[in-house]
Design a protein around this ligand. Structure first.
Ligand code: PLP
Length: 410
């Protein structure tokens, strides 16, 4: 149990220019970090600095700017690899984000040897980006998508998972932290179980990398996917980490410049990973921004980030439960800073619209995880999600806004 603040939150807040603004005349209370985090000045300036001083295309040029841009790009890869404790930066592929990372694995790793009757295992609490790519593959190949159930707290049924790990399963794809429920899944344990059956594991880490230290080697997974914009970096950039032997054995995802070694009209040969998967001119400035976001998070210390958000979550859970009609959706014992809820029988969209009038930004809807809201028999939930810049006072403001909302409908 943490006993005191682990971050100087006022100092952190000063790093985020957008937190100075008002919404409907009220100070912005940003509680939608799970959808997209805000960016610290260090990230904004890194991107600005790149365009002002080093902008050029990478890898192809002999001129100074091109070499500097290449250096920045590869430096970002190195930082990211250290951030997730990858054995080598060559295992970190730049993508557009988690969604593209998962699609890449679906097309290049799984599809070439998937056959009718094979199974792909996912969990009930997946984001659509870890459902739909597998459904498309199943449609094409006759493979079957199987779903590991969860309990009423939003925790995976581990006994069921173990039983479902049969020789028919060709991949297990599971979310590390649920964006809709906040559940932190026991990924290391899951990987150990899967490994006993020789089943490769893909982990959707979109909600984990911003909130806790991630060590891909300790987790024991085969692929780990995440997005820059969830971790205080830019949109349009993300990472696929994969074991090198997998990446080397995989087909390219897209064809084009950069990913080739030699091209004739008869045939082409391809680069080694990660270049093989980075066809075309990439989001160079995005990688620079993501590298700056990694520096920023490492400067705060991921243990401090996790501890701060744990305190906020404990406070928020207690505080919001005192609001009339408040019901938390997602009550896992091991939970990150996501508070999904319903308020009486008020539609979540109305809740979101009304708290916005108090300057409070929360998410409403199905959170791109429709099966989760269906599981709880709801059309939608409202969701307050936490980041490094949130404070206890902001949770009080949300609680007050919710109280006013419920009064309006009384
Ligand atoms: N997985 C989870 C758990 C998410 O929360 C999200 C985004 O909300 C995604 C995947 C998709 O991320 P992106 O849209 O950045 O590709």
């Amino acid at each position: 149990m943490t006993t005191g603040p682990t971050l100087d939150v006022e100092k952190v807040r000063a790093d985020f220019p957008i937190l100075q603004r008002t919404v409907h005349g009220k100070p912005l209370v940003y509680l939608d970090t799970a959808a997209s985090a805000q960016r610290p000045l260090a990230v904004i300036e890194a991107i600005d600095g790149f365009y002002r001083n080093h902008n050029a295309n990478i890898h192809r040029g002999v001129h100074t700017l091109s070499q500097e841009a290449t250096e920045d790009y590869e430096q970002a890869r190195l930082k990211i690899s250290g951030f997730i404790n990858a054995p080598s930066e060559q295992e970190c592929v730049f993508t557009r984000g988690t969604t593209e990372s998962i699609n890449l694995v679906a097309h290049s790793f799984l599809r070439p040897h998937l056959q009718a009757g094979d199974e792909i295992l996912i969990s009930w609490m997946e984001h659509h980006s870890n459902i739909v790519p597998w459904q498309l593959l199943c449609e094409e190949t006759g493979a079957v998508l199987k779903v590991v159930p969860m309990n009423q707290h939003g925790e995976l049924e581990m006994d069921a998972l173990e039983e479902m790990l049969t020789e028919r399963v060709k991949l297990l794809a599971v979310v590390h932290i649920s964006n809709a429920l906040g559940t932190i899944n026991p990924v290391a344990e899951i990987c150990t179980l899967a490994k006993q059956h020789g089943i490769p594991v893909l982990v959707d880490g979109a909600q984990a990398t911003p909130h806790q230290a991630v060590d891909v080697q300790a987790l024991g997974c085969d692929f780990y996917c995440f997005s820059g914009h969830k971790m205080y970096g830019p949109t349009g950039i993300g990472v696929l980490w994969g074991r090198y032997e997998h990446l080397q054995a995989m087909r390219p995802y897209q064809g084009g410049g950069e990913m080739i070694r030699h091209v004739t009209f008869e045939a082409s040969t391809f680069n080694d990973a990660p270049g093989k998967f980075e066809a075309g001119t990439p989001n160079i400035a995005g990688t620079v921004g993501l590298g700056a976001a990694v520096d920023y998070l490492e400067g705060l210390g991921m243990e401090n980030v996790a501890a701060w958000e744990a305190q906020l979550l404990a406070y928020g859970t207690e505080k919001l439960s005192q609001v009339d009609g408040f019901r938390m959706i997602g009550t896992a014992t091991n939970k990150a800073g996501v508070m999904s809820f319903v308020l009486g029988d008020i539609h979540a969209n109305d809740v979101g619209t009304l708290v916005d009038l108090h300057g409070v930004a929360i998410r409403t809807g199905h959170h791109c995880a429709m099966p989760v809201v269906q599981f709880f028999g709801l059309p939608a939930t409202a969701r307050a999600s936490l980041g490094v810049y949130n404070t206890f006072e902001e949770i009080d403001i949300l609680a007050e806004a919710l109280e006013k909302t419920i009064d309006m409908f009384a």
